[in-house]
Design a binder for this molecule. Structure first.
Ligand code: AMP
Length: 213
């Protein structure tokens, strides 16, 4: 049995056509069902829908054979025990810093609100900027509005969410897209169904299978 861990939301929507292209169809509509584990038309493949931050955990522990997850999450949790096989080129966006439009310079240590605390820690350290990081779990845009933080590190696509909250993008941190990841140990065991599926994704995308992080 192959278990594929998918990230719910936008990434799931954009992964379904790739699965379909590989001949895998869930037995129910995954976007409307409340179910979390789905059988498919292929007896040996099941799909599980998770939060992006949990996908690497399931794959690292070998409970899921594959994961489809945003590069933002991979940057945050680190590459241990995971191979990044393919850049699926979906759910593209950027990780950026952002702050209030026309903000005055910050006096003292800048406070940065984000759910990407590790990414932020590394980024500001590389900039040689001392900051205080405030961990949030969502709606980072609210933090500068209410005075919880001077700046945020967040995902930006069109920039509309920032704009609607009086914020503007500042510094680029990374380009993001969804990746197909596999457990390092599982990948080395020459598991045929696993390799065939990975190959099918690669062919649809016109890529060669990778193995980099
Ligand atoms: P936008 O207003 O188009 O810049 O979208 C910004 C918001 O949508 C962010 O706060 C994210 O939470 C979410 N978002 C946009 N693109 C993605 C993506 N590719 N993956 C995950 N979340 C995204």
């Amino acid at each position: 049995m192959l278990t594929i861990a998918l990230t719910k939301g936008r990434i799931l929507d954009e992964t379904l056509p790739l699965l379909e292209g590989a001949g895998i169809r869930p037995e129910e509509d995954m976007r409307t069902s409340r179910r979390l584990v789905f059988a498919t038309n292929r007896d040996n493949v099941r799909l599980v829908v998770l939060r992006g931050s949990d996908v690497p955990t399931y794959v690292k522990r070998g409970v899921a054979d594959f994961g489809v997850v945003g590069k933002d999450m991979l940057l945050e949790v680190g590459p241990d025990d995971l191979y990044e096989l393919l850049d699926l080129g979906i759910a593209k966006c950027r990780l950026m810093t952002a702050g209030p439009v026309d903000a005055d310079p910050v006096v003292g240590k800048k406070r940065v609100a984000t759910k990407f605390t590790e990414v932020a820690r590394r980024f500001y350290a590389e900039q040689r900027e001392q900051v205080e990081i405030v961990k949030l779990y969502g709606a980072m845009e609210v933090a500068p509005l209410l005075g919880l933080a001077d700046e945020i590190v967040d995902i930006v696509d069109t920039g509309n969410t920032l704009k609607a909250n009086g914020l503007e993008p500042r510094q680029w941190i990374a380009d993001i897209s969804s990746r197909l990841v596999v457990n390092r140990a599982a990948f080395k065991t020459e598991n045929q169904p696993l390799m065939q599926l990975a190959q099918s994704f690669a062919e649809q995308l016109g890529q060669n299978l990778g193995g980099e992080n």
